[in-house]
Structure formats: C-alpha cells, structure tokens
Design a protein around this ligand. Structure first.
Ligand code: HEC
Ligand code: HEC
Length: 463
C-alpha cells in the first residue's frame, strides 16, 4: 500500500485540472469583451492573470510533499488523499478509495488510519462547515489545521514546527517554472520574505483555499440534462420547502409522461427514472425514498448534520447489539468537547470510543440547528452521531461510502440505509433523525435508486 501511495504522481494529474479551470476562466472573460473600453479590458486582463497565478500557486501548494513531517514514514500532501487522477483503480474526484485515509506512523500515535473516509472536494467552497463533524468554519481554517495536523503526519502540539517548516520550504523554494517567492508576488502581491511566518501561513491558507474553491462539480450530468431537457425546476425556489419542490417536480414529470412528451437523454434510462421517483417521494406506506429532504438538489445536500445511524451500527458491530444505546455520553455541562474519545473509530481494544460526529463541535450558544425552548442537554443529545450530509454528485468516483468508508458499493450503502430506517421506526436508533424513519424502501428499490444516483456522475475527463 505504501508503495502504491508513493507511486502516484499527483502533480502531473492536478495540472490537467488547473489547466481546465484556467481555460474556463479565460473563455468566460473573453466573452462579451468587444464592447468594453480599453482601460476596463486591461484591468480585467490583469485580474485574470492574477486569478490564474493564484490557482496555479494553490495547486502547487496542494501537492507539495515537503510540508509533511520528516519524523513520519510517509510523505504527504493534500493530493495524496484528495486525488484527481486516473490510475489502474480508476479516476477519482479528489478522494482516495481508502476506507480511512492513511497517515504517517509516529511512535506516540502509531495508528495508520485517519479517523474518517476522505470525501470529494467538489463544491466544498459552498459549504458553511467542513469535515463530517463540522470541525472547521472556513477553508482557510481547515487548511491551517490540516497542514499542521495528523493528515500531514504532525502530532498535537507540533503546530509551530509545522508552520516553521512550511515557511522554510517556501523561502528556500527554487522551481524551474517560478519559485514560491515569485508565485506569491504574482498572485497576491505578497513578499514572502518580509511577510512574517504567521502572515505567510494566512497566505498559504488563502492560496490553497482559493484553489479548492475552483473545484466544482459540473452540472452536465445525464440528470442535469434530464431536468433541463424537460424544462423542470433545477432546485427549490427561495423559501420553498424541499417537499413542495419534490411534489412540483414529480407532478411535472407525471404530466409530461401523460402527454407522451417526457424526454430521456442518453445515460438516463427507465430504471433511473424509477429511481428518481423513489428519491423524491416522501409519503406513503412503501417505496418511499424520502432522500431529497436531506439530499436536496442541486448539490444533493442540505449542508446540515443528521444522525442516520451509521456510527451506531459500526459501534454495535464491534461491541454487540445495544452497545451504542448503553454508551455513556456526558451531558452538556460536563462534556469537554471536542473529545478524542468521541471522534474515533470504535475498536475491541478501546471500549467506549465512538464517533459522535458533530456532537463534538455543535455550538451551544449559536448553532443554527438549535431549536427554541430546547435545553443545552436536549440539544447536545440530539447532536449525537450526526454527520454532515454528503453531496451525492459523482459518487462513482468516491467509493467507499459514509464517514467510515464502511460500504464498498452504493448498493451496500443503500441496503444499510434501508435497514437503519427500519430500526429507527422501531425506536432502535439512539437519537436517529426523525426523517430517517420516513425512508421506506425495500430490496427491490435499491437497483433503481442506484441507477438514479449514477446519473449524477459527470464525465471527469471532460474539461
Ligand atoms: C491523510 C489524508 C489527507 C490529507 C493529507 C489531506 N486530507 Fe483533506 N480530508 C481527509 C479526510 C479523511 C477528510 C474527512 C475528515 C473528517 O471529516 O473528519 C478530509 C476532509 C477535507 C475537506 C472537507 C470536505 C468536506 O466536505 O467537508 C477538505 C476541504 C479537505 N479535506 C482539504 C484538504 C486540503 C486542502 C489538504 C492539504 C492541506 C488536505 N485536505 C489534506 C484526508 C486528507
Ligand atoms: C436524515 C437525512 C438523510 C436522509 C433522509 C437520507 N440521507 Fe443519505 N446521508 C445523510 C447523511 C448525514 C449521510 C452521511 C452519514 C455518515 O457518513 O455517517 C448520508 C450518506 C449517504 C450516502 C453516502 C455518500 C458518501 O459519499 O459516502 C448515500 C449514497 C446516501 N446518503 C444516499 C441516500 C439516499 C438514496 C437516500 C434516500 C433513500 C438518503 N440518502 C436519505 C443524510 C440523509
């Protein structure tokens, strides 16, 4: 596995995506240029150059292995776990195909595995909170935390060492096609020499964040073509709740079917259509997906946090049924959060270790999830086992699934969801999301749902 990680050359591969982004920017800025006065055109050209410089700088920092600790046994860069390449194993959307990403061996923390599965980076620029548990409130914060954290092989308490090393690398950098010194100057007009270490870290964070903000899923999938080709609504109107949107969508499709006018584009067949109907249906005794309420279009996420029972089922698989229900979790006034004990994978050797997700970071004072008249304890209990709803675009390139990467295929993940929903109806999921119980799917629904989800894959090779 180590050999496999080392054998990748993410630099070459990232370059393709950077070129793609740069080209899009250029084309967009060329359009409608003829009428602009010359001065405005020059200003715009200068800005385009700067944007491109910022993106290439960010992309280079994203794949620089020299920022990882020399004390570990694995070099690391963002692109080691967030790959965008086509290897023997297939192409990926900035994910790594590992259940849980690998980190450097350190004697003080010999675990090889990260605590969670690496998600796609597509559309992260639109997310108010990042990581499955909502640890970070901005990409810049995330980059600084990551560059000095376990993903890059650093241990808690080594942040200063990490930042010093990054500064050294940047100041000493010489590259044939422009040193970091030149690149920072071009992109942001920053002199890295005089900036000072902490300000430099802010610029590094900004450059990598700016790059990741250019990684967006394309809205050219068979699903998007189906919606567009039939003149259907792309997303809920502002103020419209998701169920009303779903009803509008399903009614629109039914009317087109009745009049024989419904068009199915390439890659969107009858099973996919059946899957779409399941996905957006939200009431009835059976064959009800109730998926859109959490996975709302166009990105198929509500950016919020929900408990779908995945943590409980992993915990119980290790410690036996009922284990998670009996797990002692401190009340709001006693809980020291984030808690390492409650942000990790359960294991036989470590009784009481569980992943409670957003419970670790839910803000008692100002969380948007907080309900009126709820006590601190009630609110925090409700956050047990909640994770950020992932986007469902491009799932073909990001397996395995769920925060723990426990499900190799979509079919496995959906079968588990059906089982968890059933348990939830029986009151057997600790703090299960109320909408989980409203998922009423059975075995025969899984194939069409998977067919539908597969219409959300874009052609990653298409720039
Ligand atoms: C060792 C593997 C590894 C490395 C190296 C790594 N990441 Fe990640 N990344 C992950 C994992 C695993 C997660 C999920 C973490 C979680 O939810 O707790 C993640 C999550 C993220 C997210 C949040 C996505 C979301 O939907 O909330 C972003 C953004 C991100 N990484 C960017 C980066 C950047 C930028 C770098 C380099 C500075 C980087 N990562 C380095 C493995 C890695
Ligand atoms: C109550 C909100 C909610 C509902 C309803 C819901 N999901 Fe999810 N879904 C989530 C959350 C939260 C996760 C992440 C859970 C985790 O990793 O522990 C998730 C994960 C997934 C994943 C894995 C994605 C990945 O990248 O790992 C798939 C696939 C999925 N859901 C499909 C569906 C389908 C299909 C339906 C309807 C049958 C559905 N979901 C209903 C909230 C929901």
């Amino acid at each position: 596995m180590i050999a496999y990680i080392r054998s990748l050359d993410p630099r070459r591969l990232i370059k393709c995506s950077v070129l793609g982004v740069a080209l899009t920017l250029t084309l967009a800025s060329l359009a409608g240029r003829a009428q602009e006065p010359r001065q405005e055109r020059h200003r715009q050209e200068g800005q385009d150059k700067k944007n491109q410089a910022a993106i290439s700088l960010g992309a280079r920092l994203f794949q620089d292995e020299r920022f990882s600790t020399p004390k570990g046994d694995l070099p690391a860069s963002c692109s080691h776990c967030h790959m965008f390449d086509e290897s023997g194993q297939g192409i990926r959307a900035h994910a790594d195909f590992l259940n849980r990403s690998w980190v450097s061996y350190r004697a003080q923390d010999p675990r090889r595995e990260e605590s969670r599965n690496s998600p796609t980076l597509f559309d992260v620029g639109k997310m108010a909170r990042l990581h499955f548990d909502g640890e970070f409130g901005s990409l810049e914060e995330l980059v600084k935390g990551t560059l000095s954290g376990r993903p890059m092989g650093w241990l808690p308490g080594e942040q200063q060492d990490a930042f010093n090393q990054i500064q050294r690398v940047i100041l000493a950098d010489k590259a044939p096609d422009g040193s970091y010194r030149d690149q920072f100057k071009q992109a942001y007009g920053v002199n890295v020499e005089s900036a000072g270490r902490d300000a430099l870290m802010d610029w590094v964070a900004k450059a990598i964040a700016d790059f990741t903000r250019t990684l967006n899923a394309k809205r050219t999938t068979p699903y998007d073509k189906f919606i567009e080709g039939n003149g259907l609504a792309v997303e809920p109107q502002s103020g419209e709740d998701v169920n009303s949107y779903s009803k509008r969508l399903l009614d629109g499709i039914a009317a087109l079917e009745t009049s024989g006018k419904l068009k199915l584009p390439a890659g969107f067949d009858q099973p996919a259509l059946a899957g779409l109907k399941l996905f957006f249906s939200y009431e009835g005794p059976s064959h009800v997906g109730n998926c859109a309420v959490c996975h709302a279009p166009p990105l198929f996420t509500d950016f919020s946090f929900h408990n779908t029972g995945v943590s409980q089922s992993e915990y119980d698989a290790v410690h036996g049924e009922g284990g998670f229900a009996a797990l002692e979790i401190p009340k709001a006034s006693k809980a020291a959060r984030p808690a390492p004990q409650f942000r990790d994978a359960p294991s036989k050797r470590r009784l009481g270790v569980a992943d409670l997700g957003h419970w670790n970071f839910a803000n008692l004072e100002n969380s948007p999830l907080r309900r009126v008249n709820e006590t601190n304890d009630q609110f925090l209990d409700r956050m047990i086992g909640t994770f950020k709803t992932p986007t469902l675009r491009n799932l073909a390139f990001t397996n395995p699934y769920m925060h723990n990467g426990a499900f190799a295929s979509l079919e496995d993940a959906l079968a588990e969801l059906a089982r968890l929903a059933q348990l939830s109806r029986g009151g057997l999921i600790r703090q299960g999301d109320p909408e989980l119980a409203n998922i009423r799917i059975s075995e025969e629904d899984i194939a069409p749902l998977a067919a539908f989800l597969n219409t959300l894959n874009q052609d990653l090779k298409q720039k």
